[in-house]
Design a protein around this ligand. Structure first.
Ligand SMILES: Nc1nc2c(ncn2[C@@H]2O[C@H](COP(=O)(O)OP(=O)(O)OP(=O)(O)O)[C@@H](O)[C@H]2O)c(=O)[nH]1
Ligand SMILES: [Mg+2]
Length: 250
């Protein structure tokens, strides 16, 4: 009998941010249902959808949170930033103000998600690249410069209408997340903070617990929980030494 256990899917939380009308909901609908609607209503608060995806043989479930871009919904969306693994910062190619707004979106996210900006996978997405050239207000070079200034390595132009690069934008996010995870793992290994299961276990006397190990959720397990959380979400703040450079182009 072959040992063919179904591979477990990894759940990642993705949040999509950007000004009202740049096409965040259209991007999500295209990615999840392969549909496009010309007359979308503004999103109120947040909505989420799940999408299963296989990248390089690994299974992922992306839990994608589509947020309201209008300023009046700020208080409704910000509580949902915490726990994010990937953030898509969106602007529209026919709206230069929406690119100028990315500073504010990035700062708002960093403020409420409480992640380390140097280690968090941000992807900059320029939507509506189906528009005619005369309507374009944002040059590729200008965005590249903004990304370089913010040390964001991933930028992609998409069209939800024409179904261009939409899946690629999410895959880019996943790849960036994986890269950050590798960096975080290497960093933990360097600190000798990981447990090597191939080595004999030395039992240390700890507070007695019915699960036997004492590390299954009691207060003693806090250090382990911290490193575990950091492994799951590499951008989350840790008391770690500075990581190697993560400015990485896919
Ligand atoms: N040409 C073009 N228009 C698009 C595209 N995606 C969205 N739109 C248009 O932009 C409008 C707004 O898109 P939405 O997806 O609702 O924008 P949003 O970012 O979710 O807006 P809020 O929910 O208010 O934050 C849509 O009704 C479409 O008319 C695209 O790829 N190309
Ligand atoms: Mg919307």
């Amino acid at each position: 009998m072959t040992n063919m256990r179904p591979q477990k899917s990894k759940l990642l939380k993705v949040v999509i941010l950007g000004d009202g009308g740049v096409g965040k909901s259209a991007l999500l609908t295209r990615f999840v249902s392969n549909r496009y609607e010309e007359n979308n209503f503004h999103t109120i608060g947040v909505e989420f959808m799940n999408k299963d995806i296989v990248v390089e043989g690994e299974r992922y479930t992306l839990q994608i949170w589509d947020t309201a871009g209008q300023e009046r919904f700020r208080a409704l969306r910000t509580p949902f930033y915490r726990g994010s693994d990937i953030c898509l910062l969106c602007y529209a190619l026919d709206d230069r103000d929406s690119l100028n707004g990315l500073d504010l979106w990035r700062n708002e996210f960093l403020n409420y998600a409480d992640v380390d900006p140097e280690k968090f996978p941000f992807i900059v997405v320029g939507n509506k690249n189906d528009i005619p050239p005369q309507k374009r207000q944002v040059s590729y070079e200008r965005v590249q410069q903004w990304c370089a200034d913010q040390k964001i390595a991933s930028h992609i132009e998409t069209s939800s209408k024409a179904a261009t690069n939409v899946t690629d934008a999410f895959i880019l996010g996943l790849r960036q997340w994986r890269h950050m995870e590798c960096v975080a793992e290497a960093e933990l290994r360097q600190q000798g903070d990981t447990i090597d299961l191939t080595r004999p276990i030395r039992l240390v006397q700890r507070r007695i617990c019915c699960t036997g190990g004492g590390g299954g959720g009691g207060q003693d397990g806090d250090a382990d929980n911290d490193s575990d959380a950091a492994m799951r979400s590499p951008g989350k703040k840790r008391n770690a030494a500075k990581a190697p450079a993560t400015n990485y182009r896919l």
